[in-house]
Design a protein around this ligand. Structure first.
Ligand code: NAP
Length: 243
């Protein structure tokens, strides 16, 4: 088994996930680029390798049981363990998301990716994570999932427009993360949520004001927490995000 730390980043072919992979790679980690599309995955792996990162492709659709099981098998064969899992892949569900007019199918699709996808991937990777000396799980959440911010006086400014599929999917993810933290409290695994800020990516039509590199910083910090670091928390660059 190699001493080199190994990470899996889901949705790492572009945006913040790509920069998390690049950042962990720059720290000397071997990074699995989880991506569902072969061409996009191959391009990202090639770019990362050109930048000196020890990157390898991991075919991965977080909504597909067989794909996720195959991804765990690939990492088991390659490294025999996993030191950090970054559950980054997500979708917004796009378009109009007023509660009174939303198509319930949109909610189902968003939750399937943003919440159940995280649970599916995490559970498949837990046996590999338990073989690490210092396992870390980072769930990419969003400040828009903060119920405190949504209900505060500046809700529209801090959490954006009403989005009944996307925003509650991140609140759900936060709640799920806490359940894992409680279950895993007596293990070496630290599991936390990260908010990247408002980042210019495909997710928001590049309207964000931060760079994907800036957005990756908190997730990288949480993926590389020292032993004894926080677990069951929700963090952004400035510190703790209120639930
Ligand atoms: N951008 C922001 O301002 C912002 C703010 C708060 C939180 N976040 C969170 O940060 C994370 C990254 O977002 P981003 O802005 O970098 O978005 P992005 O550029 O749209 O990237 C999303 C990634 O997720 C992948 N993905 C989606 N569904 C998938 C599936 N079923 N299986 C595997 N991969 C899948 C996409 O792959 P394809 O290329 O194949 O579609 C893509 O690689 C997300 O969790 C997002 O909610 C972003």
């Amino acid at each position: 088994m190699s001493d080199k730390k190994i990470a899996l980043v889901t949705g790492a072919n572009k945006g913040i996930g790509y920069e998390i992979a690049a950042g962990l790679g720059a720290l000397g980690w071997s990074v699995g680029v989880g991506a569902r599309d072969q061409a996009r995955r191959d391009t990202a792996v090639a770019r990362l390798r050109d930048a000196g990162v020890d990157a390898f492709g991991v075919p991965l659709d977080v909504t597909d049981d067989r794909s996720v099981a195959a991804a765990a098998d690939l990492i088991a064969e390659r490294a025999g363990r996993l030191d950090a899992l970054v559950n980054n892949a997500a979708i917004t569900g796009g378009g109009q998301q007023q509660p009174s007019s939303v198509d319930p199918a949109v909610i189902r699709t968003v939750v399937e990716t943003n919440v159940i996808g995280v649970i599916r991937v995490t559970n498949a990777m837990l046996p590999l994570l338990t073989r690490s000396a210092s396992p870390r799980i980072v769930n990419m959440s969003s400040g828009v999932g903060s119920l405190t911010r949504q209900s505060g006086p500046d809700g529209d400014t801090t959490t954006g427009p009403v989005a009944v599929a996307y925003a509650p999917s991140k609140s759900f993810l936060n709640a799920v993360t806490l359940q894992y933290a409680r279950e895993l409290a007596d293990t070496r695994i630290l599991i936390n949520c990260a908010c990247p800020g408002f980042v210019a990516t495909d997710l928001n039509g590049f309207r964000g004001v931060r760079t994907p590199q800036e957005g990756a910083a908190t997730a990288i910090r949480l993926a590389t927490l020292p032993d004894g670091g926080p677990t069951g928390g929700f963090f952004e660059d400035a510190g703790v995000v209120p639930w």
